[in-house]
Structure formats: structure tokens, C-alpha cells
Design a protein around this ligand. Structure first.
Ligand SMILES: CC(C)(COP(=O)(O)OP(=O)(O)OC[C@H]1O[C@@H](n2cnc3c(N)ncnc32)[C@H](O)[C@@H]1OP(=O)(O)O)[C@@H](O)C(=O)NCCC(=O)NCCS
Length: 155
């Protein structure tokens, strides 16, 4: 039922359908729905710095997930995920997607650790990340007053 489809130059245009979801609702939960420097994503992928995939559930495109590294020599990546369609949240899909995506990419990306940032008020996401084995590392406030928690997990 859950499928990952790699984002390529042939299908990346599909991602722009999520821009409206971001304006309408997703921006309440996260600051971005694209990996950093996503204009150059094919280069990042070929340099072992990025894995970026669509999430399909029962054949329907419901969101995206990515793992991005700042340095190819460090065994650490940052996770990003969103399920744009509200009807598919809170059904365990996020947990499955994260566990499977890390498992299938950790060798290629040479990972020993995955980290992420989450807003403190985003209880659903925090619960999901905890189910995946992430633990809070530190909590801080951004200049806009938003409280953020850094979480990480050894893989
Ligand atoms: C975050 C996200 C990827 C998680 O995926 P998901 O499929 O909804 O998560 P799961 O169903 O695996 O887990 C969510 C858990 O939170 C729990 N939960 C939800 N709201 C809760 C609340 N208010 N209090 C306590 N627990 C809550 C659910 O019961 C579930 O736990 P359970 O499986 O033990 O019942 C998805 O909800 C999403 O994309 N949300 C919008 C964007 C977003 O928040 N992105 C992440 C930014 S860091």
C-alpha cells in the first residue's frame, strides 16, 4: 500500500501541487516542504547528499519524504516529511514511511545518525518520531518566538 517513488527530473513537477497545501495548512507545522538547495537536487543525489521521494498510499500521491546531508563525509542526515492529505494522517503511515525510508537509504548515505527539527506544539509529529525511535536532544526558541525541539536517532 505504501510506496516510495524517487523524485527525478521527469516527475519533480508533480511536487508543485503541494505548494498550495503549504500555503493553506502545512506551514502551520513546518517551515519548508522541499530539501535545501532543491533546485540542484539531481547533483545532490548523485553526490550522495540527498534522497528525496514521493509518498504514495494505495496509488495516491499523499506527500514526500527526504534525507539530506550537509557533508558527504559525515554519517549524519536530516529527515523531512509531510503527508499533505489530512485523511492519511494519524493512521501509522508516517511511522512506517520514516522507518522504511531510513532502513532503505542508510547504507547508500552511509548513515549512523538521523536528526530532525520539530515545533514543540506539533504533538502528532513528535509522537510519530518517538514511535520511530527519535529522542529529544534540545529545545530552544527561534527569533520568531517558535519553540523547536531537535530530535535524533542512531541508525
Ligand atoms: C507528522 C506526520 C508525518 C506524521 O505522520 P502520521 O502518519 O500522521 O503519524 P502516525 O500516525 O504514525 O503517528 C502519529 C501519532 O500521534 C498521535 N497523536 C496525534 N495527535 C495527538 C495528540 N494531540 N496528543 C497525543 N498523541 C497524538 C497518534 O495517536 C499517533 O500515535 P499512535 O499510533 O500511537 O496512535 C503527519 O502527521 C504530517 O505530515 N503532518 C503534517 C505536516 C507535519 O507535521 N510535518 C512534520 C513537520 S516536523
Amino acid at each position: 500500500m505504501l510506496d516510495f517513488v524517487d523524485i527525478t527530473k521527469d516527475n519533480v513537477h508533480l511536487h508543485c501541487r503541494f505548494d498550495k497545501d503549504f500555503e493553506n495548512e502545512l506551514d502551520k507545522f513546518q517551515n519548508k516542504i522541499y530539501p535545501d538547495n532543491s533546485d540542484f537536487f539531481t547533483v545532490l543525489i548523485s553526490n550522495g547528499l540527498l534522497r528525496w521521494s514521493y509518498l504514495f498510499y494505495g496509488g495516491k500521491l499523499i506527500g514526500a519524504i527526504w534525507l539530506e546531508k550537509e557533508h558527504s563525509c559525515l554519517p549524519v542526515a536530516t529527515l523531512g516529511i509531510f503527508i499533505a492529505d489530512k485523511n492519511y494522517r494519524c493512521k501509522g503511515i508516517g511511522e512506517r514511511a520514516i522507518k522504511e525510508y531510513i532502513a532503505r537509504n542508510k547504507k547508500d548515505l552511509k548513515l549512523k545518525e538521523v536528526n530532525l527539527q520539530v515545533r514543540k506544539e506539533n504533538i502528532r509529529a513528535i509522537k510519530c518520531y518517538e514511535k520511530c525511535g527519535f529522542a529529544a536532544e534540545k529545545e530552544y526558541e527561534l527569533s520568531n518566538g517558535q519553540r523547536v525541539i531537535d530530535m535524533s536517532k542512531s541508525v
